[in-house]
Ligand binder design. Sequence first.
Ligand SMILES: [Zn+2]
Ligand SMILES: [Zn+2]
Length: 350
Amino acid sequence: MKKVIIWSVVALLSFTLTGCGKCKHEYDDGVITRESTCTEEGEKTFTCSLCGEIKNESVVKKDHVYKEEVAKEPTFDEEGEKTFTCENCGDSYAEPIPVRDDEVVVTVTNKSNLPKDINAGRFSDRIEVTFDVMNNSDKVIKGVQGNLSVCDLFDEEILKISCDFTGNSIPAGNSITVNDLGIDVNEFMDSHIKFYNTDFSDLKFEYEVTNIVYDDGSSTNEESSTESIDSAKVTVNVTGKQNVEINYNAGIYSPRAEFSFEVYNNTSKDIKGVQGVLTIKDLFGVDIMSSNLDFTGQTIGANGSAVFSGLGIDINQFMDNHVKVYNTDFSDLQFEYKVNAIVYSDGTTE
Ligand SMILES: [Zn+2]
Ligand SMILES: [Zn+2]
């Protein structure tokens, strides 16, 4: 029995070594004989454990090891550039960095609820929100126009309101705190109630900037700038605004916003009266209100000008646009006067 097994092993071995005159190579796991780099393939060598035959296989290139570097910071007008350079072989490529759009970053830092208090003149609940308004630009900002979205914890929008920051200039590279903005809660609107009743920590705020007006008069939304009509026969400049408070003794039963005007007569005839419409706009060029306004009572000399003051509107405190005119600083208002008719001293009209 023993003999048979031995013979079998010998027969098997000799068959393996000589079968068809070839070795059925049994290669080992191989060793790296040349490391690959990021530019060249490497080499791995396998050796047959039976006959010593060797074979080579290539090893794939290594990945480049890119180091990222900002070659040029983006500005608010121009793209920047990022370069990626391989630390090992120097291979490099570039990617653009988008134009900056974070000239103004608005963060909501607090919400406070002011319950209705008739004695304090608050006829409905009110929500006031505290903002941090950051100016990342290198210019002083005079006003920011945009929309505030208020969302719940699940990112579901509760309400979206337009929300402008004016009245305080924001220094370049600095931020200001604004805490006098808010909404009067309309108890018939679910969104208002939800905003009022939700804790600040359970709210998410997102502010989208739509226009920025800089101290130098430029703005990011050029469409809002109003063109001046130089060739007009009459041009009207508003030179100042004065708020007049209620004074029953003086017969002033509502607040008034009064304006001073300089009216230029660009014709060669004396003007006795000008009839027209004054439109008052906010810093962003959005109409607040329009009202008829005539200049009479004094002659405006040919190619001369005359000053008119004390003209204005009685403020109806229930009208938002009136209140806005009253509360907005003169420097944050824009005016447009449209002439409808001119009466000359010689009796002719236009
Ligand atoms: Zn072999
Ligand atoms: Zn490389």
